[in-house]
Design a protein around this ligand. Structure first.
Ligand code: ADP
Length: 243
């Protein structure tokens, strides 16, 4: 991270122990990580290396066993469960591998859901929901249910749902894991556009180097620690290797 960039997320000495006694397992062993505001970060590493545990902590869904997590300079470990839920709702958006849309409701109703939880009135929900669908190129599909949409379109709806509250950070867990390569590229280009145009900080777990190539920063986990951080000076679609 550039020395002058503000870290929106800072982890220091973060550990996570699951269970207790002889079966206790240390999933994180002292993670230090700064994420600059506006960065596009790919999180990589072998299965079991601590990526999901870290994302759960960053998403305020879990707390470290020890160490500190500062989000916008707030020490998250000092917040209670309700305050963490508020932080999550106000500042974070989530995208999952399996889209996680409600099947019997329209694209617009799915996108409006976080606004409903926030207590927005119907008009505001409609206006902001349609604007978010427009950003992902699906405003004309607003009244379709997930079953009437392709996988790529469903993930776009899920992204619209994640950004409708205008969050600071988008946390994406293998967002292209269920998509073919063409659809995956479309989703990565959409995330790139949102990152560049809205300035939203993107953190994405991926196993695929071709998807990580869209990120500006690639964080490699190994055995519960950050093993290496690489800067990518030419993010985008990887150039195909010569045959
Ligand atoms: P990754 O996302 O990189 O695959 P995880 O963060 O899911 O890794 O898991 C790190 C380690 O912690 C793994 O060995 C996993 O088995 C263990 N682990 C994860 N969640 C739990 C849990 N709830 N209880 C016990 N062990 C867990």
């Amino acid at each position: 991270m550039a020395a002058d960039a503000e870290a929106i997320i800072a982890l220091r000495g973060v550990t996570k122990v699951y269970g207790s006694g002889p079966t206790a397992f240390q999933a994180l062993k002292g993670v230090d990580l700064d994420i600059a505001r506006g960065d596009f970060v790919a999180v990589m590493g072998p299965s079991g290396s601590g990526k999901s545990t870290t994302m759960n902590i960053l998403g305020c869904l879990d707390v470290p066993s020890d160490g500190s997590f500062r989000f916008k300079r707030v020490a998250v470990e000092t917040l209670d469960r309700d305050q963490r839920a508020l932080l999550r709702r106000r500042y974070l958006g989530f995208v999952f591998q399996g889209f996680n849309l409600l099947s019997r409701t329209t694209a617009l109703e799915n996108v409006e859901l976080p606004l409903l939880y926030r207590g927005e009135d119907k008009r505001t929900r409609h206006r902001l929901g349609m604007a978010a669908l427009e950003k992902v190129g699906l405003d004309k599909w607003w009244d379709h249910t997930p079953a009437e949409l392709s996988g790529g379109q469903q993930q776009r709806v899920a992204i619209a749902r994640a950004i409708v509250t205008n969050p600071d950070v988008l946390l994406a867990d293998e967002p292209t894991g269920n998509l073919d390569s063409e659809r995956s590229i479309e989703i990565m280009e959409l995330l790139t556009t949102l990152n560049r145009e809205s300035g939203i900080t993107v953190l994405m777990v991926t196993h695929e180097g071709d998807m990580a190539a869209y990120a500006r920063t690639v964080v490699h986990f190994k055995d519960g620690l950050v093993e290496r951080i690489d800067a990518n000076h030419a993010p985008g679609k990887p150039v195909e290797a010569a045959p």
